[in-house]
Design a protein around this ligand. Structure first.
Ligand SMILES: Cc1ncc(COP(=O)(O)O)c(C=O)c1O
Length: 393
């Protein structure tokens, strides 16, 4: 791709305008533009989460999630402890082990679930990995086994283009970590038995709570299979081989933060105001396109995702490709530092385990005008750093 690009010389003059919100972190992500602390004044603080007021708010968080994500009526949605990690590990620990498992990873969070399966649970696992920027061939998997995968690789900017490779009549369960995909990408519910995400990502909510979405087949597994290992209380979803239905009505396993719940309800309201899922996806698409267009017009920067069909519209990961760069990691860090020092882009360095580069969050809470205002600063920071490197040589 870099070969066909025009050799645009970056404009090195300092841009005159800055983004009004420089928060482009990939988690916790920018709050919705409508966010204000006053908006949280209705929070059920100092009240029991088991009182009617608390239970109603928790139920509204579940109902709003179903409404905006279009989750089928016969799927359960639960609010669980420990964010996405809690939700995904709860699913792994309670459902896996009944049959062999396909573990799929194309970046560090998926790799973390591989470690859980292989080193902790010691499952009969087949591991399929792809390098950062690439994706595993999902059609090559055996879906009579359980399959664990991450829909959008937050640290590589590579996502599943669709769920077509997953057969409708599979024998195993699909466990999908959709943390950086939910509310920005279309999730085919009929292909997903377990879906998890955390509030701190696409809707800009607070950390701490995870969402666990179960298909009827996942519930069937929970009610018909008991793992060989002990389960701590915060992982237990059944009692006497029956699903604890209360968890999926807002009767949380342990105490939730009612402030975080209120914040999530506010985020759901904002999501409705921008047109629900379609509006959120359009916003993320527009943000990502602004960056892709920027990269297409320059011969020194490129998407880390090699196949355009798998490019993320949330965690957009970029690599510098200029042959003049002598130390890629130091260069990328220095560019990110310049952007941060100028107050134009915060937290845009690549994830610690990912290849050197930048990662710019494009989920719906980010305004396209802020992305557009930030990009000229990237031209500026790149040129300034090339210059600094030449001076130091
Ligand atoms: C794909 C993915 N999975 C899991 C996690 C962990 O999420 P949490 O820290 O909310 O548990 C993240 C966080 O960035 C993620 O991006």
């Amino acid at each position: 791709m870099a070969m066909t690009k025009p050799a645009v010389q970056p404009d090195i003059s300092r841009p005159s305008t800055k983004p009004s919100n420089p928060r482009f972190s990939s988690g916790p992500c920018a709050k919705p533009p409508a966010f204000s602390f006053e908006g949280l004044s209705d929070a059920a603080l100092g009240r029991s989460h088991r009182a009617k007021i608390g239970k109603d708010k928790l139920a509204a968080a579940i109902d709003g999630t179903r409404e905006i994500l279009g989750v089928p009526d016969d799927y359960r949605i639960g609010i669980v402890p420990a964010s996405d990690t809690g939700a995904f590990e709860m699913a792994m620990w309670t459902m896996l082990g009944q049959r062999p498992v396909e573990m799929v990873a194309w970046e560090s969070f998926g790799a973390g679930w591989v470690t859980d399966a292989v080193k902790q649970l010691k499952l009969d696992a087949r591991v399929h990995e792809a390098d950062y920027g690439a994706i595993v061939d999902m059609a090559s998997l055996d879906y009579d086994r359980d399959v664990c995968f991450t829909w959008n690789g937050t640290t590589s900017g590579v996502r599943m283009p669709n769920g077509d490779a997953i057969p409708a009549d599979r024998g195993g369960l699909t466990l999908c970590d959709a943390t950086s995909a939910a509310f920005a990408q279309d999730l085919p519910w009929d292909k997903l038995d377990v879906t998890t995400f955390s509030w701190q990502k696409v809707l800009g909510g607070e950390a701490a709570h995870g969402m666990l979405i179960l298909s009827p087949r996942a519930v069937e597994r929970l009610e018909s299979y008991t793992p060989a290992w002990p389960l701590p209380k915060i992982f237990r979803l059944t009692k006497g081989s029956k699903l604890i239905e209360g968890i999926f009505k807002g009767e949380t396993i342990n105490t939730p933060s009612m402030l975080a719940v209120e914040d999530y309800l506010l985020a759901l309201d904002w999501a409705r105001s921008v047109g629900g899922l379609k509006g959120l996806m359009d916003r993320a698409d527009a943000n990502a396109k602004a960056i892709w267009d920027f990269c297409d017009a320059r011969d020194w920067i490129d998407n880390l995702a090699t196949d355009p069909a798998t490019r993320s519209n949330t965690s957009v990961c970029l690599k510098f490709t200029d042959p003049r760069i002598t130390d890629g990691a130091a260069f990328a860090k220095a560019v990110a530092k310049r952007l941060e020092t100028e107050g134009v882009a915060l937290d845009v360095g690549a994830y610690r385990d990912a290849p050197a580069g930048l990662r710019i969050w494009c989920g719906g809470t980010v305004e396209t005008s802020d992305i557009e205002a930030m990009m000229p600063w990237l031209d500026w920071a790149f040129a300034a750093e090339i210059d600094a490197q030449a001076q130091a040589a």
